[in-house]
Design a protein around this ligand. Structure first.
Ligand SMILES: *Cc1c(COP(=O)(O)O)cnc(C)c1O
Length: 376
């Protein structure tokens, strides 16, 4: 079976994990966490990056830092993972779902403004497949209506928009290092803080409501409980695994991009013949080959394709069931305007195997079997 995903492993992860064990420092905020934070800050020109226990908890932190009160509204796409929405719900917000654009599957920036009410506080921009949302327009809307922007860049590590790293454009950015993402630590993530005014509050929130980070920098003599908080520090064992991956970030990116380009070239004739649709990468976006998807004619054709690939030992998958049609989405939110694309496009989309180290032989088999399906 050709799997859909294999967690990235470059080979020297265990050396760094052993270093963490030998240093007798395996709880959070040790040397590896600090190295990862600094690497992400330098590489992405980010003001401040803090590793977290997951992409989901990075989103939780971002929403808490946005200071949402019960009854406030958060605008987000319905075509996204549950984490994007549940962070807003935990903070007390009501969800307002907006339709997506069919070319990138990202939130349709032209439909955001009509969804704004006097209760709106935050827009969440989820960069699907590591391809940026139309951020200039979104930031302009946010500025004019005094809203915060949280980027769900869980899939967008190493991607950029007009030369700026995803995650560094809004007020906050959230990365995921889950095993299904381009760079991994098993479970983990990071919060990017783009306004230094939030640095201290974020450190307190992440450290059980204490000013422990300030204490370690020698800025206060004693640390104490100062605000509400939680524990969002990943273990050094996980950070050590991530560190190995970051040192090979370009190699991982190049490897995935080669697979993505091979898929794209191979399926272009099918797209030209109008049989499938391929992902669109707008001119302002550099993507990270997080995902390769095709859009079939309809749900029936997609089901048949997935079955055909499975019969040929290839695992292809689809997602997302639009959140506004899920039980929790109905309970916590409403869809603003018409669902023109969210449901219809999500039913046609299929993701092909894509991971670091996917062999050329396996990739070519996937290509051959998809072409064979469409030649029938
Ligand atoms: C993976 C993902 C998350 C959650 O990340 P975890 O690290 O698994 O918690 C959030 N949003 C999107 C869009 C994702 O793809």
């Amino acid at each position: 079976m050709i799997p859909f995903n294999v967690p990235p492993c470059v080979g020297d992860e265990l050396d760094y994990v052993k270093q963490a064990i030998d240093s007798h420092k395996i709880c959070g905020d040790g040397a590896f966490t600090k190295q990862c934070n600094a690497w992400l800050e330098e590489r992405f020109h980010a003001q401040k990056v803090l590793l977290t226990t997951s992409g989901t908890t990075a989103l939780d932190m971002a929403m808490l830092l946005c200071d949402i009160h019960p009854g406030d509204e958060v605008i987000l796409p319905s075509f996204t993972f549950s984490s994007t929405a549940t962070a807003a719900v935990l903070a007390g917000a009501k969800l307002v779902f907006v339709d997506i654009r069919p070319d990138t599957m990202n939130i349709d920036e032209t439909k955001i403004e009509q969804a704004i009410t006097d209760k709106t506080r935050v827009i969440i921009a989820m960069h699907y497949a590591g391809v940026a949302c139309e951020m200039d327009t979104i930031m302009d809307i946010a500025r004019r209506h005094d809203l915060k922007v949280v980027e769900d860049a869980a899939q967008g590590v190493m991607s950029s928009y007009k030369g700026k790293a995803l995650g560094t454009i809004g007020d906050f950015g959230c990365y995921s290092f889950h095993e299904t993402k381009n760079y991994s630590m098993g479970e983990g993530g990071a919060l990017v803080i783009n306004n230094p005014a939030y640095n201290e509050r974020a450190e307190i929130l992440r450290e059980k409501g204490t000013n422990r980070a300030k204490f370690f920098r020698g800025q206060v003599d004693k640390y104490t409980w100062v605000d509400f908080g939680d524990s969002y520090l990943p273990s050094e064992l996980n950070a050590a695994y991530l560190w190995a991956q970051l040192l090979h970030a370009d190699e991982i990116n190049d490897n995935r991009m080669a697979t993505w380009n091979a898929y794209h070239d191979a399926f272009r004739p099918l797209a030209d013949a109008g049989r499938v649709e391929l992902p669109t990468i707008p001119a302002d976006c550099v993507h990270n080959a997080h995902m390769f998807y095709l859009k079939c004619r309809d749900l029936e054709e997609r089901t048949a394709l997935i079955r055909y690939l499975k019969a040929n030992d290839i695992l292809a998958v689809f997602h997302y069931i639009p959140l506004h049609s899920a039980p929790a989405g109905q309970k916590f939110g409403r869809f603003d305007g018409a669902d023109v694309y969210t449901t219809a496009e999500s039913e046609r989309l299929v993701r092909l195997p894509m991971y670091y180290g996917l062999t050329e032989a396996d990739r070519n088999k996937v290509i051959a079997k998809v072409l064979e399906f469409y030649a029938q």
